[in-house]
Design a binder for this molecule. Structure first.
Ligand SMILES: [Zn+2]
Length: 101
């Protein structure tokens, strides 16, 4: 398996994972439930990760990710669906999954 994506914000990782699966990419999430603390590591050191099961799908998965993350540089944006503020690097709302438009 190949690690594709990780982010400290769990909702972003979830939404990204949903998006990839919706595109037919076989993904596996790791560190999905890190809130309770694992071993001696503080929880904030453990970010949820998306892994690609099939290396043949990696290029496609990366292009999907790229499409989502290339939207803008600089200003954060407000989601039209839920009014949450989103980081400029993300093309989908971390809260509700709506795309930037
Ligand atoms: Zn939203």
């Amino acid at each position: 398996m190949i690690k594709l994506f990780t982010h400290e914000n769990r909702m972003i990782v979830y939404n990204m994972n949903n998006l990839l699966q919706g595109e037919g990419i076989e993904t596996v999430m790791k560190n999905e439930f890190s809130g309770g603390g694992v071993g001696d590591l503080p929880a904030f050191d453990i970010w949820p990760e998306i892994w690609i099961r099939d290396a043949a799908q990696l290029a496609r998965a990366q292009s999907i990710l790229h499409g989502v993350t290339e939207v803008t540089e600089g200003e954060s944006w407000i989601c039209r669906g839920c009014q949450e503020s989103n980081d400029a690097a993300f093309g989908i709302c971390w809260n509700c999954g709506r795309s930037y438009d």
